[in-house]
Design a protein around this ligand. Sequence first.
Ligand code: 5GP
Ligand code: ZN
Length: 114
Amino acid sequence: MSDCLFCKMAAGEIKPDIVYEDADVFAFRDINPQAPTHVLVVPKTHIATLNDLQPEQAALIGKLYLAARQIAEQDGIAERGYRTVMNCNREAGQTVFHIHLHVLGGRGMHWPPG
Ligand code: 5GP
Ligand code: ZN
């Protein structure tokens, strides 16, 4: 997908602030952070939305979560707690159509508040 921002990052054409990388996934800090830790974990292969995920790609989703766990440990928030979110399509707020797992933490993330 030559016009996809996250494919360009995976190809090294755009260099984000990488905090984790392996053969299948990479992760970098969100340009508009919503919490002290706000990292996006992205598969190197292009999958536009969760609706496009194929059964044979199931293990890839597990790798996103294993990377999220490692990032939480790196940032020292694993024990305090953190939130993982994947938005699917417009009403959920998806703006980049290459799946990614948000890792958010470093502040209270309680929902609903109270
Ligand atoms: P979505 O809204 O699709 O779930 O999440 C997309 C995220 O990508 C947003 O939180 C947005 O701030 C982030 N983002 C968009 N463009 C860039 C970019 O060029 N660099 C980085 N580091 N993050 C980006
Ligand atoms: Zn892509």
